[in-house]
Design a binder for this molecule. Sequence first.
Ligand SMILES: *[C@@H]1O[C@H](CO)[C@@H](O)[C@H](O)[C@H]1NC(C)=O
Ligand SMILES: *[C@@H]1O[C@H](CO)[C@@H](O)[C@H](O)[C@H]1NC(C)=O
Ligand SMILES: *[C@@H]1O[C@H](CO)[C@@H](O)[C@H](O)[C@H]1NC(C)=O
Ligand SMILES: *[C@@H]1O[C@H](CO)[C@@H](O)[C@H](O)[C@H]1NC(C)=O
Ligand SMILES: *[C@@H]1O[C@H](CO)[C@@H](O)[C@H](O)[C@H]1NC(C)=O
Ligand SMILES: *[C@@H]1O[C@H](CO)[C@@H](O)[C@H](O)[C@H]1NC(C)=O
Ligand SMILES: *[C@@H]1O[C@H](CO)[C@@H](O)[C@H](O)[C@H]1NC(C)=O
Ligand SMILES: *[C@@H]1O[C@H](CO)[C@@H](O)[C@H](O)[C@H]1NC(C)=O
Ligand SMILES: *[C@@H]1O[C@H](CO)[C@@H](O)[C@H](O)[C@H]1NC(C)=O
Ligand SMILES: *[C@@H]1O[C@H](CO)[C@@H](O)[C@H](O)[C@H]1NC(C)=O
Length: 614
Amino acid sequence: MGSRREAPRLCPACGVPVWRGSWQAALLAASILSSCFLLNQAQSGSSTEISVTWKPLEPIQGQNVTLTPGEGLENIVFCNWYRATTTDLEKRIFVYYLPPSPLGQINGAAYTGRETGSPDCSLHIRNLTSADTGNYTVTKEGAAIMIGHANIVVSESVTNIAIWGPSTTFENNITVLYCNSSGSNVSYYWLKGDQSLEVGEHISLNNNNQTLTLNTTRRNDSGDYTCYGNNSFSSGNTTHSLTVFYGPDVPVISPNTQYYGTGSNLTLSCEADSLPPAQYTWNETKAGNTFQLSNLSLDDSGNYTCKAYNNETDSAQSASLEIWVLEILSKPILTPDKNRTVENETVILQCKTSSNPKVNVSWFKDGKPVPDTAELSDMNRTLTLLNITKDDAGDYTCVASNPVSSESSNPANIVVAYGPYDVHLNQPGTLTVNLGSNLDLLCIADSFPLHFQWFFNNTDQKVANDTFSVPLTAWEDQGNYTCQAYNSDTNRAGSASVIVKLTENTPGTNNGLSGGAIAGIVIGCVAGVVLISGLVYFLCAKTSLGRTEQHVSNGNIPSAPGHNQGVTDTKPRSGEEDIQYSTLAFKANNPPQPAPGPTHPLEGNIIYSEIRKK
Ligand SMILES: *[C@@H]1O[C@H](CO)[C@@H](O)[C@H](O)[C@H]1NC(C)=O
Ligand SMILES: *[C@@H]1O[C@H](CO)[C@@H](O)[C@H](O)[C@H]1NC(C)=O
Ligand SMILES: *[C@@H]1O[C@H](CO)[C@@H](O)[C@H](O)[C@H]1NC(C)=O
Ligand SMILES: *[C@@H]1O[C@H](CO)[C@@H](O)[C@H](O)[C@H]1NC(C)=O
Ligand SMILES: *[C@@H]1O[C@H](CO)[C@@H](O)[C@H](O)[C@H]1NC(C)=O
Ligand SMILES: *[C@@H]1O[C@H](CO)[C@@H](O)[C@H](O)[C@H]1NC(C)=O
Ligand SMILES: *[C@@H]1O[C@H](CO)[C@@H](O)[C@H](O)[C@H]1NC(C)=O
Ligand SMILES: *[C@@H]1O[C@H](CO)[C@@H](O)[C@H](O)[C@H]1NC(C)=O
Ligand SMILES: *[C@@H]1O[C@H](CO)[C@@H](O)[C@H](O)[C@H]1NC(C)=O
Ligand SMILES: *[C@@H]1O[C@H](CO)[C@@H](O)[C@H](O)[C@H]1NC(C)=O
């Protein structure tokens, strides 16, 4: 500011060519002369400071601004505008001659083509640029000199926004992105993809949000980062793509199958998470992430190693899979040392299959696994059945298996002869039955094999069934009935007996008493009545007739003692003998029998009752 005041000048428009030889030039000259005259008068005094106002107050790029100096225009002849704090001629925009001077605006060195003066001494700048920011000085000159200053700030819109930083980085590194733009009062924020950033331990923003720091870069930090800048009247953004290299992780070999059958084909593939994708090598020789072998043989067993390498991180990871190639088993052959055995003996079953220890042999009986207690030897290939019992009988199979195959043997049927045990009859003990009923016996024994023989009173009945049926028609049919169970393999026998006692069949039986008892009571009563009538008759006859009588009843109970209807008398054979026989015959045609079943018509059956009298 201080150097504004120069040596008194003759003319403010000294830089302007004045003498051009036209009437305008003449006018200009006159005007200048008059001005110079006035100025010279004025410049003898000191200049006064005036204010400058401008509109708009905060002009922005592309807008127009008008700067107007204060105070009146009285005695003012012309005004100068400078782009500087001084009235340096080199920085003058123009000089403006106020009316009535016809000269108007005469541009200076700092004129850009956008500046226009006015009769009120204002400066109008069109289409502002950032270069218009700065200090302006105006002088109003006439009778006196006035000087004013202004500092114009042209706000810039957000332009040239850009991100500086690496486009690739590594996992766990620190990664810094920096965003900047030209523009006034720009505020910044960031998005990753279309997500806002979560500032925290992992990500920090500093320096007016212009610096984005990934404190430990993660593999999922790869992506597009967009920096947005804006101020009150403009905005801008730019996107920066960041790739985070990582890995390889420990590779995974698939399928994770360890066992293969001979002749099968093998395709292993290896996968490791890595960026850029890993390069794979098998057994340090073959490249590619898959490994193929066809028609596998036992020799192909071994460890297959896959190495994954990342050329950006320059690191590698390996994994191994141990592969076993195993034979496909054929059907094992099961041979017992005997098929038929007697209990308490020993049976040895041999399962012939591969002798490879990887081949498992398991045993089944009737489709169910043999119990753990089974005697197994020779790597489970021998099953010994010690002290065999009937429960050991059945169909045996052995199953040979390895992880790639499983085969079941032929079945071996083991027959166990045993017994007889627990020989018994369906009607044990002593049996009292009616004469004339049927005897049906069933013999039961636990034995294999099993034969039956039936005896009556020790006499072989030549019956080989388990059932024995005989009608008990005669008193001689009572006695000892025996079933003998015989095992031809164990050469053992067992027997069971029943003693059959016969009783007289009687009418009027009911459910309250056993058939035999009722029959007995009835027979007893009848016999008693008959006996008494017989006795009375006999006594009468002996005294009156003196002869022996034989009575035959047709089964009807005599209604009263002494009644001899239906009784036939026989002549005594010998008068000396005191033995009397009374024969009674009952008709079976009586009230209903208590038990259904085989009923024997008792009609005509004769029941003997012996009566002896001295
Ligand atoms: C710029 O920001 C400052 C401080 O926040 C404020 O005083 C000024 O007015 C702003 N200017 C513009 C052009 O926004
Ligand atoms: C990125 O990975 C981290 C763990 O490394 C996890 O916590 C976070 O949720 C992941 N972010 C996304 C967007 O997947
Ligand atoms: C193994 O691959 C061969 C061809 O390479 C094919 O002929 C054969 O059938 C395959 N074997 C099996 C078990 O898939
Ligand atoms: C790979 O290596 C294992 C032992 O490390 C070996 O058994 C196998 O045969 C090898 N495979 C090939 C294809 O060389
Ligand atoms: C495979 O590798 C394992 C462990 O690395 C080892 O115990 C085994 O003996 C190897 N097998 C072969 C056939 O080399
Ligand atoms: C890694 O390999 C890829 C091709 O597989 C190549 O384009 C890249 O330049 C390599 N990088 C380095 C660091 O060698
Ligand atoms: C088998 O042994 C049991 C018990 O020792 C015995 O009761 C049974 O009679 C024996 N069987 C044969 C056929 O020897
Ligand atoms: C053999 O069988 C047993 C029991 O079933 C099993 O635990 C074992 O893993 C099997 N071994 C093989 C080699 O298959
Ligand atoms: C059988 O024995 C019983 C009594 O021991 C006898 O009453 C019966 O008459 C005998 N039967 C034969 C046919 O021997
Ligand atoms: C019946 O006969 C059998 C065989 O002769 C004999 O063992 C059994 O003791 C006899 N039963 C009776 C009760 O006499």
